[in-house]
Design a protein. Sequence first.
Length: 417
Amino acid sequence: MNEGEEGARRARGVIPPAGPLRTLTTATLVNTVGNGLYYTVEVIFFTRSVGLGVHRVALGLGLAAVVGLLVSVPSGHQADRVDPRAIVAAATLGQGVIMACFTLVHSFSAFLALSLVEGLCAGASGSTRSVMMGRFGQGEERVHVRAYQRAVTNFGMSIGIALSGVGLALDTRTAYVAMVLGNAATFLVAALFVLRLPAMAPRPVAPGERRAPMTVVLRDRRYLAAALLNGLFAIHFVIQSVGLPLWIVDHTRAPRWWVSVLLIVNTSMVIALQVRISRGSGDVVRAARTFRRSGVLVGLACVTYSLAAGLPVVPAAAVLLAGMVLHTLGELASSGASWGIGYGLAQEELQGQYQGAFNLGRGVSGVVGPSLVTATAITLGRVGWLILAALFVLVGAAFTPLVAGDARARAAAPEAR
């Protein structure tokens, strides 16, 4: 292979080829730049600019998240029956309109109403987007699509977060409104790019679906177990957003700003390595083994984080950095494995409602994660970190017998689930 061919090969590993995948990736990049702008100032905008109390803002955002979970399976089911691209575009457009309307809010009732509608659109977009990406191929191809989107999401968020620093420095209503409207505009642009994707035909009606249209997945106990295990494993994201910052500030001598350094390391690794590390996860058996390794890596990260307590500043910072590297490697591998299992264990003709159920399982981390992490790592200290380490090792290992049982069931009764 000559030098030019080698360069082209490497480029194909980083940049999607021209066509639908590049269009989808562009939509993701544009939208996540806006998300980075917004999520940095979301609570600040509603408290400082609109004048709402912190607890009221938290209540509204929490209820919106619940609404998003409730519509996950129904919207996924609809994505099987109609073009999922149309649902994603409509939901994304709705989010953009709601974002723009947030700039007109002056009361809690208006904020709550808009938040609930935004949660509905976000929930519908999340599950149907998984279906839409699943239409880009089979097995390994699907995992690559998801890996591209996750890498680009982190890149776009990083840009948006960096740009938001300007608005935070100005600290004026005009600056905050501009960032919210900027986010709204990216939703609208993203919706237009989604509509440029090729039309996707509805799936044929499955035999079991004729009896109970939206409950096929709810009778698939193995798939629901996989969704629940994935949700439990996703608690490791809560460690990054909640547990680790509290641990560093309250229990170690590392500087407070080290939290930002660790998150930058995490984001950079995801951007650079997600596509590469996800390779091979399209096979469910290999994905299950990858989950097992991921559990060990995240477990080791928890143990490493615990060792930072009591150390001097520099050693504590170094130990935390080592923990984040281990954690991110586990995160990267488990992300690819979760996509492989989420698609691979589903009934192909019912990917919509199955992906909705898988996203619903992921909601477990948001519901129980903060309480679990604070009750263990923050309250119990080193012992709590060891409990979390054991949790991730056990959950990661549980995928192997689950996938093996599903394979045996399919072999014994190919038409049954």
